[in-house]
Structures are given as structure tokens and as C-alpha cells.
Design a protein around this ligand. Structure first.
Ligand SMILES: [Zn+2]
Length: 281
């Protein structure tokens, strides 16, 4: 299970880092100057701390993301199951109504058959041709009535069969969804109980580091992170480009970043840029 969570997290990190969106520069030049100069001795450490804070905060983000999606997936499945159950209930009701109609039609057929018997008896005792013909017409009418009702009964039978088939298919889907729901619920429980401790630890470490970073720098970090869509405020230089927005960084600027003597922000997205070696430490 721990493996699974890790995989999810890695996936998320890849997804966010490949997002090629150049966010609007959130740190102005004067601001970067404000947070720019650090006392030389500790500047590398400060940048390292900042980068470490970013990694920890990104991990916290990932845990939140993982948890954030699963409850929704569980909810979706529960809604779907309720929808299917309602469909089955409606179909059962429809079949009941059709059955009622079939019974009515069957009763009509019986009535017509009884009438036919009665008219045939009457025909045996008619006094004239006119009476005979009139009964013949009645007989013909009742025969047609029987044919019509029987035709409708047949059609209704087909409808009932179709609806029964639909009920079966829907019930099979509900069974599948219920299995999926149980799996998701279990996954959510495991992740919640599993990540609860990780999250607590990460938040603790994040706060520890935040206490070590000077307030002005921390404010800048929080501001950039808040404005960046993937929550990245501190990025490394990757293949001569900003690891946040992927815009190229001039060689001289790259050298400055490597020196780690001051806080340098990307001129396109405003993220704080740090030496790519930080990522390997
Ligand atoms: Zn950038």
C-alpha cells in the first residue's frame, strides 16, 4: 500500500512539473531586490532550506491531492449505484403497470368469448333474417375485438421481456459498481490512515524549517507558491531553463544561481531559482 501511495505521488509530481504554463511574474524587480541579498555565509544554507521546504510542502500537497480525489470517486460510485437502483425500481413499476394492462386485455378477450357464445346460441333461435344478420355483425365485431386484444397482449409481452432484460443488465452493473465502490472505500481508508502520520510529520518538519527562514523570505515564498498553479515556489535549473516555467535562463544568470549567494527569481514566472545540484543532495 505504501508503494501505491508513492507511485501516485510520483505521478503527480511529473504531471505538475511538465505543466508548461508561464505564470505571470508575481515578484517584481524591487521585491526580488528586497529578498535578494543574504549574508554570504549563510545564503547557501538559506537557499537549501527554502528548497527543502518546497519539497516537503509539495509532498503535503500530494497527500492532500490523493485524499482529495478518492472521496469524490467514492461519492460518484455511490451516486451511480443510487441512480441504477432507481432505474430498476422504475422498470419494476413499469412492468407492474403493463401487467395490469395485460390482465385487462385478457379479461376483454374472455368477455368477447362469452358474448360470442351467447350470440351463437341466440342465432339458433332467430325469428327472421334481419335478426340473424344483426347477430352476425355482433359476432364479427367480437371476433375482431379478440384479435385486437390478443395482438396487444403479444406486444405488451415483448415490452415486459425487454424491460426484464434491462433490469437484469442494470442489476449486473450495480453489482460491478458495488465491488468497485468497496475497493475505493478500502483504498481511501488505507490511504487516510497511512498518510495521516506522514502528513503530520511533514507538517511538523515544514513548520520547523519555516521557523528557520527569515520572515521576509518566507512571505515571498508563500506568495509565489500561492500564485503558482502547481504550488512550486522554488525550482531548480533544468537543462538551462527554469524548472517551473521552462523558459531559458541566460548563462551569466545561471552562474549567479550556481553561486547561491542571493535569491534569484525567474524573470518570467517569478519562482525562486536554485542550483540544480540541490536536487541531488
Ligand atoms: Zn520560470
Amino acid at each position: 500500500m505504501a508503494e501505491k501511495t508513492k507511485k501516485r505521488e510520483t505521478k503527480k509530481v511529473e504531471k505538475t512539473s511538465t505543466k508548461k504554463t508561464a505564470e505571470k511574474s508575481t515578484t517584481t524587480k524591487s521585491e526580488s531586490k528586497k529578498i535578494g541579498m543574504l549574508s554570504d555565509l549563510s545564503s547557501v544554507n538559506k537557499l537549501r532550506l527554502l528548497y527543502e521546504l518546497q519539497i516537503i510542502d509539495s509532498n503535503i500537497d500530494n497527500i492532500k491531492t490523493i485524499r482529495g480525489e478518492l472521496p469524490l470517486e467514492v461519492q460518484d460510485l455511490e451516486d451511480e449505484i443510487i441512480g441504477f437502483d432507481t432505474r430498476v425500481k422504475n422498470l419494476v413499476q413499469e412492468i407492474k403497470e403493463i401487467d395490469g394492462n395485460v390482465n385487462k386485455r385478457k379479461a376483454n378477450v374472455e368477455t368477447s368469448k362469452n358474448l360470442i357464445k351467447k350470440y351463437e346460441e341466440q342465432q339458433k333461435n332467430v325469428r327472421n333474417n334481419r335478426e340473424f344478420d344483426s347477430l352476425s355483425k355482433e359476432l364479427e365485431y367480437q371476433t375482431l375485438e379478440i384479435e385486437l386484444n390478443e395482438k396487444i397482449i403479444k406486444e405488451l409481452g415483448v415490452k415486459i421481456k425487454d424491460k426484464k432484460r434491462e433490469i437484469e443488465a442494470t442489476r449486473a452493473m450495480v453489482a460491478d459498481k458495488k465491488i468497485a465502490l468497496e475497493e475505493k472505500k478500502q483504498e481511501l481508508n488505507e490511504i487516510t490512515s497511512e498518510t495521516a502520520n506522514d502528513e503530520k510529520e511533514l507538517i511538523g518538519r515544514s513548520n520547523e524549517i519555516k521557523n528557520l527562514i527569515e520572515p521576509r523570505l518566507l512571505t515571498a515564498y508563500n506568495k509565489i507558491r500561492h500564485n503558482a498553479r502547481n504550488g512550486l515556489a522554488v525550482v531548480t535549473v533544468k537543462r538551462d531553463a527554469c524548472g517551473g516555467c521552462f523558459n531559458k535562463i541566460p548563462p551569466q544568470r545561471q552562474l549567479d544561481i550556481k553561486m547561491s549567494k542571493k535569491v534569484i527569481v525567474c524573470e518570467y514566472c517569478g519562482r525562486i531559482l536554485v542550483d540544480s545540484d540541490f536536487a541531488n543532495e
